[in-house]
Design a binder for this molecule. Structure first.
Ligand code: GLP
Length: 240
């Protein structure tokens, strides 16, 4: 696991965007796995800027998002589909038909998850997966537990995640209690992974991930099984 430390949030975002840019320049039709949460927003801004200035193009890129609340309408401003349109897709030259987010209103969630796995396989797998990290070490919505699902599945959110994510909703009650998420094996199958971590509240989770002891009580530690992971962190997320 490589660690790259930015002195602050904008520095970290710039470094991470630089990494993504290099990968896009190597393979213009790459399959890019994307994440939501507040952490990647700065990196998305940098990518939008690079796209505007002509440094990179997204026109041949396909994206697959990590997760989505369940149930949630895609038009709800807190849905991850809405988030992605608002923070990235609406501002770059991507073909929206090539952007994939799990359907938070699917009637049959099992079927939706199985088709998502099929979709990823039919695309030839994910070239680069972008990840954030939860305060409790969750990845996507793979929450700490004694067992972790390998593939895309429906999951219940932990109380601490509901509380942490409630800052985006008008009340705690509005936070969906479930989500659809790629599983740890779906994520580990990506050819390259980057993890973005910012702020001191991520310190414990980041420390455990970097210590490289595998423990399902901190799903991020499973990333040590992958041989091409780069962590972009702010100084306060890694200081002892
Ligand atoms: C959510 C998302 C994760 C994200 C995490 C951290 O629960 N499902 O993919 O990494 O929150 O979010 P933030 O970056 O806002 O701290």
């Amino acid at each position: 696991m490589r660690l790259i430390v930015g002195k602050d949030y904008s520095d970290m975002s710039r470094l991470a965007a630089g990494y993504v840019k290099k990968e896009i320049l190597k393979k213009s039709n790459m399959v890019l796995g994307l994440a939501t949460g507040s952490t990647p927003v700065g990196m998305y801004r940098e990518l939008i800027d690079m796209n505007r200035k002509g440094g990179i193009s997204f026109k041949d890129i396909t994206t697959v998002n990590l997760d989505e609340y369940y149930p949630i309408e895609s038009t709800n401003s807190q849905s991850y589909r809405y988030f992605m349109n608002d923070n990235l897709f609406d501002h770059i030259d991507i073909d929206k038909a090539k952007t994939h987010v799990l359907n938070g209103m699917a009637e049959d969630s099992e079927k939706e998850c199985a088709s998502y796995e099929d979709l990823i396989s039919s695309l030839g797998g994910i070239d680069l997966q972008v990840l954030g990290i939860g305060r409790n070490g969750h990845i996507g919505f793979n929450e700490p537990g004694s067992q972790l699902y390998p593939y895309t599945h429906k999951t219940s959110l932990e109380e601490s995640t509901i509380n942490a994510n409630s800052r985006f909703f008008s009340s705690l009650e509005e936070v969906p209690r479930h989500a659809l998420t790629m599983g740890m094996k779906t994520i580990l199958n990506a050819r390259k992974i980057i993890v973005l971590a910012s702020g001191k509240e991520k310190k414990d989770a980041v420390r455990r991930m970097l210590e490289e002891m595998i423990d399902t009580s901190c799903p991020a530690t499973l990333l040590t099984l992958h041989n091409d992971v780069t962590v972009f962190a702010t100084e306060d997320a890694v200081e002892r």
